[in-house]
Design a protein around this ligand. Structure first.
Ligand SMILES: [Zn+2]
Length: 372
């Protein structure tokens, strides 16, 4: 029965983004002892800095365990090129080895401030700061050596003061996104050079949107429903070949298409497997060999799988997904999950008493509250 088949495909595909969303939310390896140090131009408001730092903290509170408690994250908020120079010197004096990264950061600052964009700030990190063509640490053409390790890392945001003031929501999302780049480079110093861009940017962007979706004060429309940057469906009528997004070319697709592709990959496996792949990559081994070994299916099978999902998404999936409500989707995905007999543990508190309750859908006994 072709009609029934089409329906079950709709059901399966419409869960893809939510499966990723729930996987990221369920993961909890917090590190609450990482220090964050802010270096900012005087005309960047505390509200802008707070929004961005909240986003970075959101990621660290779930994925921060890879860092040591002595690590410091330096956040640079520069509203002019002169400030970018001044603030990166400040970081150089405090973070050993940062000077091998900052040449690249300043060249990004230069190109931003040569033609500043008032509509949005630009973020980046020390995850890919020292390997670039002509650098002593390697190039994209050859075998890449790991960058020197940093005790923590640096995230920069360059923007005009208008761009900072008009983008509090975006700043939160960018903060969560950029902090995950640092988590990735902690998993594997070579990840940003050995793993295809559609996975790197797709995962970071998906985490940024997941973070945004959890803050209903800032995001009333459920950001996961609106993958960004948004793409015009009419430009997406051909089957999408992910080979186009394996390197750093391809904007904005490596973000917007990358979210869809990395979410599909996650829905075909789980977060532990995805993180295992990201941690084990080691140039010059070809990534697709490691991919097949870890996920159990080949790159070409997955790329075909994505072509089907992409066609569905832009022909009708976007409408189907946006037409559904978060709660119904989440409850149906947790129903699917409970068939795998997943054991969930919660801690319940009543005054000084605590109780651990586990099961597929654990609830606290009466009088107890779930520990926040
Ligand atoms: Zn990124």
């Amino acid at each position: 029965m072709p009609a029934a088949h089409a329906d079950s495909k709709d059901d399966e595909y419409s869960q893809v983004l939510y499966k990723a969303w729930s996987n990221y939310l369920a993961y909890s390896t917090p590190n609450n002892s990482i220090s964050i140090k802010v270096h900012a131009s005087s005309n960047v408001s505390q509200a802008a800095i707070k929004s961005f730092s909240d986003g970075a903290n959101w990621t660290l509170s779930r994925f921060g365990a890879k860092f040591s408690s002595t690590d410091t994250f330096h956040l640079i908020f520069a509203s002019s090129y002169a400030d970018a120079q001044k603030l990166s010197l400040e970081v150089n004096s405090e973070l050993p080895n940062y000077d091998t990264y900052n040449t690249r950061h300043l060249s990004v600052a230069k190109s931003y401030f040569d033609s500043p964009d008032n509509s949005t700030p630009a973020g980046g990190t020390s995850s890919r700061g020292c390997n670039y063509d002509g650098s002593p640490y390697g190039s994209f053409q050859g075998v890449i050596k790991p960058c020197p390790a940093l005790t923590g890392g640096t995230i920069y945001v360059f923007g005009t003061s208008n761009a900072f003031e008009n983008n509090f929501s975006n700043l939160f999302t960018i903060g969560a996104h950029e902090a995950f780049h640092l988590v990735l480079s902690k998993m594997n110093p070579n990840s940003h050079y050995d793993v295809p861009e559609w996975i790197i940017e797709g995962v970071c962007q998906s985490i940024g949107l997941t973070a945004a979706s959890t803050d209903s004060n800032k995001f009333k429309d459920g950001t996961m429903l609106n993958p960004s940057p948004s793409l015009d469906p009419s430009t997406q009528s051909n089957p999408y070949d992910l080979t186009l997004l394996e390197n750093q070319q391809g904007k904005p697709e490596r973000f917007a298409i990358g979210i869809l592709a990395s979410d599909l990959l996650l829905s075909r496996s789980d977060l532990q497997t995805l993180f295992k792949f990201l941690s084990s990559m080691n140039n010059p081994n070809a990534w697709d060999v490691e991919f097949e070994k870890t996920f159990g299916f080949s790159k070409s099978i997955f790329y075909q799988d994505f072509k089907n999902f992409h066609s569905w998404y832009f022909s009708k999936g976007m409408k189907i997904i946006r037409g559904k409500q978060f709660p119904s989707l989440l409850s149906s995905s947790s129903t699917t999950k409970s068939t795998t007999k997943e054991n969930v543990k919660i801690i319940c508190v009543k005054g000084k008493l605590t109780k651990t309750v586990s099961g597929a859908n654990p609830k606290c006994p009466s009088g107890y509250k779930v520990k926040a």
